[in-house]
Design a protein around this ligand. Structure first.
Ligand SMILES: N[C@@H](CCC(=O)N[C@@H](CS)C(=O)NCC(=O)O)C(=O)O
Length: 210
């Protein structure tokens, strides 16, 4: 299996951390999206939407989304389970993944891509140009503040995001918090003690460096 990757981007990091938690080693190929290599013809054949990550299986099949990559790796290597074991655990992981994606990760994407000069006319990760909408950057920043509060409230009652065990929901939430910190210089306030303690705990896992 081969992962088309870019070390500085959050989406491929989702795939790398998940694989590391499973003990799966992936050969990686860097696609430098800061140098616009994602738009080269050779890569368009691999990822028509011009995004990383992509997992190429040994038979040549291409998985072009980090969540699809998670699902595949979970099925071929069920231990340790990262997407829930029982029907209820699976539903809880799914519920939190959706919450993180819609209320945390996408607001980060909107804030960065509609605010930073380098994303001018690239406000959506796509081969089609989209103009920036400054109001979306402003709204994204506000929503990230709310998201920190949602996560803190959850982590006051639960050791990990989806329940008592570390799961893919923790990976997605950690990457979202790191995206806010590194991409937007927006850290969770000190007062959100449960969120900050959890962030320190998950960041200390060896997989976080993957
Ligand atoms: N849904 C995709 C999103 C992938 C995505 O947006 N990747 C970004 C990097 S985080 C990208 O490749 N951007 C290319 C660009 O900015 O043109 C996934 O999670 O795999």
């Amino acid at each position: 299996m081969k992962l088309y990757d870019f070390p500085l981007s959050p989406s491929p990091r989702r795939a790398r951390i998940f694989a590391a938690e499973k003990g799966i080693e992936l050969e990686t190929v860097t696609v430098n999206i800061r140098e616009m290599e994602q738009f080269e013809d050779s890569f368009r054949k691999i990822s028509p939407n011009c995004t990383v990550p992509v997992l190429e299986l040994d038979d040549g099949t291409l998985l072009t989304d980090s969540f699809a990559i998670w699902r595949y790796l979970e099925e071929i290597r069920p231990e340790p389970p990262l997407m829930g074991r029982t029907p209820l655990e699976k539903a809880m992981v799914e519920q939190w993944l959706r919450r993180i994606e819609l209320d945390g990760y996408q607001p980060c994407v909107e804030a960065v891509r509609n605010g930073a000069e380098r994303f001018k006319d690239r406000a959506v990760p796509s081969p089609v140009p989209f103009a920036q909408i400054p109001e979306l950057a402003e709204r994204g920043l506000k929503r990230i503040g709310l998201f920190f509060e949602i996560l803190d409230e959850r982590l006051r009652e639960s050791d990990y995001v989806a329940g008592p065990d570390f799961t893919a929901a923790d990976i997605h939430a950690m990457i979202t918090v790191d995206f806010a910190i590194n991409g937007l210089q927006l850290s969770p306030p000190d007062g959100l003690a449960a969120l900050n303690a959890w962030h320190e705990k998950v960041s200390a896992r060896p997989s976080a460096k993957a």
